[in-house]
Ligand binder design. Structure first.
Ligand code: GLU
Length: 547
């Protein structure tokens, strides 16, 4: 068969470079020895999930701890799955978690020398290589219709055989030159398939950077490399891209392990040295007593948007994922509680070989700790970020008054004090917690433990003497002055010695005030709260809280 002529009839493009020329177009990168070039290569489906972040974090760490490059490639060979805005969403979501690409799709960078980074824009490169493989007799046209392929599959299933296009089932592999040209002349649509050189009789061992040595069976499937619309399949495109984008380490989910024999065969027939592969174990969760994979359908926490919407501290999510990624991270983090996680020496070979357990409760604990470490200014930035995206109009208006909020946060979060508040795990909780500082969201329930007479006397009399310039001790002394008016002990010691002599204690008077001012019997220091609210608002609250 005249393969040159066949290649030209199947790929008639006149503007293709010689495949070897691409070696000069995309020269090897000039990087330090040991520098890793990693990539995130999502399809633009719009769903970016925890597994992507998990992989991206490993990619980013491997690249940036070795002086390498981390880039974003968009695998958009399947036009049907494409969702508008998906690429921006990947970048924005990862940015939220502090993960940035050095180059790639939609990334402004002087490093962008290996693009385009959208596969559909690289059609020419792929076609040049398809043509080469046809010339070499390593690829051929297949004219089988979808119906014919369905029939074959049904037969294989019935015979309990592996499904696919291989061996005796690879009908078009045996077409004569005449038959091929007859089909072409008749205008029959065709795809190009790899003429696999492998055999399932042969096994080989390859070293995965995470899982170690894995023995797999050679590929014998004549997989499609170029679809009938002239666009390559993911398998083919990604092998060419990883080679010409000079990827050194492919980190991806273990669901891709089964495709590895195909990928390695593609690299081989293309004459490329394959990158190293690292297949990450799937994220699992405990469900009842059993471990199962996180599922898109059952587990909202699989979506990255879930964390942004709920307002988890992004660093906490990343830190928690680091503990899942590298078993020795937690210990390091306990020893270095204030260190940046980037100072940890991340090692790909320390990643778990199987089922990485993801525990949302543990993540919440990490989030609480991270939030408790924020300065008032950082806390404002964190909460405000959430408010601007997910808060109500009232929240947005409240957060315009930064000075006021900073005062509140300083008090509420215990900033600068000995005991930092450690029960806030999400931005939304933090935002709701300060609602009572604003009249339009102050919704008190006046659940006093005392009757009308007692409550009103305490509120009226404290209002008479309240002065916002009083410090804590003067403020409390004034409350002690009010307590006896309702039969409460002014001193706790007196009350403890003879509780039957009193209707209550000064602490009960404080509780009445607290409920009046904050709507709840529990709050941080009341004197400070009244100081932040200011005299007018405090007195108005004491007045409207009367029964
Ligand atoms: N485009 C593939 C995906 O959507 C990437 C697989 C790979 O990393 O090689 O997951």
């Amino acid at each position: 068969m005249d393969l040159k002529k066949l290649a030209l009839s199947l790929i008639p493009d006149s503007d293709l470079l010689n495949p070897e020329e691409y070696e000069d177009v995309f020269p090897p990168r000039v990087l330090e020895k040991g520098a890793e070039v990693t990539r995130l290569a999502p399809s633009p489906t719009g769903f970016i999930h925890l597994g992507n972040l998990y992989s991206a974090l490993a990619d980013e760490r491997c690249a940036h701890t070795t002086g390498g490059v981390f880039y974003l490639r968009i695998e958009d060979t399947d036009e049907k799955r494409k969702v508008e805005g998906a690429v921006e969403s990947v970048i924005r979501s990862l940015n939220y978690f502090g993960i940035k690409f050095d180059e790639g799709a939609e990334i402004e960078s002087p490093l962008n020398k290996y693009g385009p980074y959208y596969q559909r824009q690289r059609a020419k490169i792929y076609r040049a290589f398809v043509k080469k493989l046809i010339e070499e007799g390593l690829a051929y046209p297949c004219f089988c219709s979808a119906e014919e392929l369905d029939e074959v599959r049904a037969k294989q299933t019935e015979n309990k055989q592996t499904t696919g296009y291989y061996g005796a089932y690879a009908k078009c592999r045996k077409l004569s030159e005449d038959e091929i040209y007859k089909n072409l002349k008749a205008g029959k649509p065709f795809v190009i398939r790899l003429k696999s050189q492998g055999s399932i009789e042969n096994k080989f061992t390859f070293r995965d950077a995470i899982k170690g040595d894995i023995t797999v069976t050679e590929n014998d499937q004549d997989v499609v490399i170029l679809k009938s619309d002239g666009i390559p399949t993911y398998h083919f495109a990604h092998a060419i891209d990883d080679h010409f984008m000079r990827t050194t380490l492919v980190i991806r989910g273990e669901e891709w392990l089964s495709s590895l024999p195909v990928h390695l065969e593609l690299h081989k027939v293309l004459g490329f040295k394959p990158p190293r592969y690292a297949h990450t174990s799937s994220l699992m969760k405990m469900d009842g007593g059993t471990k199962r994979k996180l599922s898109k359908r059952k587990d909202p926490e699989l979506s990255l948007d879930y964390y942004r919407k709920a307002g988890y501290e992004p660093r906490a999510v990343v830190k928690y994922l680091m503990t899942v990624l590298n078993s020795n991270f937690e210990e390091w983090s306990l020893k270095n509680p204030d260190a940046d996680y980037r100072d940890f020496k991340f090692k790909i070979d320390k990643m778990g070989k199987s089922g990485a357990l993801f525990d949302l409760e543990k993540l919440c604990d990490v989030s609480k700790t991270e939030i408790s470490k924020l300065s008032a200014e950082e806390c404002y930035g964190f909460l405000n970020g959430w408010v601007q995206e997910f808060g109500t109009e009232k929240d947005k208006a409240h957060f315009n008054d930064k000075d006021y909020i900073i005062k509140i946060l300083t008090l509420i979060m215990g900033v600068g004090g000995k005991k930092r508040r450690k029960d806030i795990e999400r931005a939304e909780q933090g935002v709701r917690m300060i609602d009572y500082f604003f009249d339009d969201t102050f919704a008190p329930e006046y659940n006093y433990r005392f009757g009308k007479e007692t409550v009103n006397v305490v509120l009226e009399n404290f209002a008479k003497v309240y002065d916002p310039s009083d410090d804590n001790s003067v403020w409390f002394a004034k409350l002690k002055g009010v307590a006896p008016l309702v039969g409460f002990a002014a001193e706790t010691s007196e009350y403890k010695a003879n509780p039957e002599k009193f209707k209550g204690n000064v602490s009960d008077a404080a509780e009445i005030l607290r409920i009046a001012i904050t709507g709840s019997p529990n709050s941080p220091d009341l004197c400070t709260i009244m100081g932040i609210l200011g005299k007018t608002r405090s007195l108005a609250r004491l007045n409207s809280a009367k029964l």
